[in-house]
Ligand binder design. Structure first.
Ligand SMILES: Cc1cc2nc3c(=O)[nH]c(=O)nc-3n(C[C@H](O)[C@H](O)[C@H](O)COP(=O)(O)OP(=O)(O)OC[C@H]3O[C@@H](n4cnc5c(N)ncnc54)[C@H](O)[C@@H]3O)c2cc1C
Length: 290
């Protein structure tokens, strides 16, 4: 199928992109791996497309001791192979197939906010944030910028906090503290498909290898990534003696899976508990070896 008619814009810099966004009812085109199928299926009909692929200043991956900042044009594959963040690497290997990862962008995936997507869960479990910019013409020349934390960024299925005149310029993924392990476990019907359910875990141990903090974020079992802090369930015990299966009861209680043609709600509920147990114990093992 062909997309509905739209006017195409190809700005060369961020300021130009923001000025266009401020003046029209449009959609940003990044990797196009989600937007183009939606247009072709006529599930969306924006009057204008603002293609950001020529804005080289957005194609950045910056690592500091605080964390990694991924620009809006950094492709999944570039971030995956950059080694910039262990959990991002683990998650990106589960996203679609290499050809899609060569075009799709990390920031585009966050803005798209598919509840079954891996990267929103990574941002959520790490307490990361997204930087949004809009045209600053009314207040001077510099763009107006705001940072939105993951807890406020994902507002519903396929809905994020990005306003129509805003462009997401980057996403920030905080670095991991010492003695921290991460894992991402999911089940999909075929390799590369969106997950039926998935769980990413971050576990930090203290010097005595007791659990100092343990968090998970779940995909496919709610309208947005479901983040659960299970630190108190671990009761400060040595990681090796924690019954992770029991801990995951708290995870199951926090999720709201729905059934569809791919899996029943009951199956997803069972799955998320099993995956949470696996991801938490794998992350704890990695933390102990850190
Ligand atoms: C066959 C197939 C399988 C897939 N499997 C998976 C999977 O298993 N897991 C997964 O997570 N994803 C999967 N995807 C989606 C893929 O990861 C997309 O690349 C990603 O979701 C969107 O990134 P994009 O750069 O292509 O965004 P686009 O398709 O260009 O845009 C997506 C949406 O975000 C908006 N947008 C994009 N960038 C910005 C920005 N900087 N500022 C403001 N708005 C913006 C667009 O306007 C649009 O609404 C799959 C895609 C395909 C085609």
């Amino acid at each position: 199928m062909k997309p509905p008619p739209f006017e195409y814009h190809a700005p060369r810099d961020l300021g130009e992109a923001l000025r266009i966004l401020a003046g029209v009812r449009g959609k940003v085109l990044a990797g196009g791996q989600s937007l183009i199928p939606l247009l072709n299926m006529r599930l969306m009909a924006p009057e204008h497309l603002i293609d950001i692929n020529r804005i080289e200043s957005l194609a950045t991956i910056e690592t500091t001791p605080r964390g990694v900042t991924v620009g809006a044009l950094a492709r999944h594959s570039e971030v995956e192979h950059s080694g910039a963040h262990p959990l991002l690497g683990q998650a990106l290997r589960l996203v679609a197939h290499p050809v899609i990862r060569n075009r799709g962008t990390v920031v585009g995936s966050l803005v798209h906010a598919d509840p079954a997507a891996e990267l929103p869960a990574v941002l959520a479990v790490l307490n990361g944030s997204v930087r949004l910019a809009r045209d600053g013409a009314a207040a001077g020349d510099a763009p107006l910028v705001r940072d939105v934390g993951a807890a406020e960024f994902f507002t519903g299925p396929l809905e994020s906090a990005v306003r129509p005149d805003e462009l997401a310029v980057s996403a920030f993924f905080p670095a991991l503290p010492a003695r921290t392990g991460t894992a991402f476990r999911e089940v999909a019907r075929r390799h590369g498909d969106y997950a039926l359910a998935g769980v990413c875990a971050v576990v930090t141990l203290d010097d005595d290898l007791r659990v100092g903090s343990a968090r998970v974020a779940c995909v496919g079992v709610g309208p947005v990534p479901i983040t659960v802090d299970v630190t108190s369930e671990c009761d400060g015990r040595p990681a090796a003696t924690v019954d992770w299966a029991a801990v995951t009861r708290a995870v199951r209680e926090a999720t709201e899976p729905e059934g569809d043609i791919h899996a029943t709600a009951a199956y997803r509920l069972r799955l998320v508990g099993v995956l949470a147990g696996q991801a938490l114990s794998e992350a704890a093992r990695e933390a102990a070896a850190d």
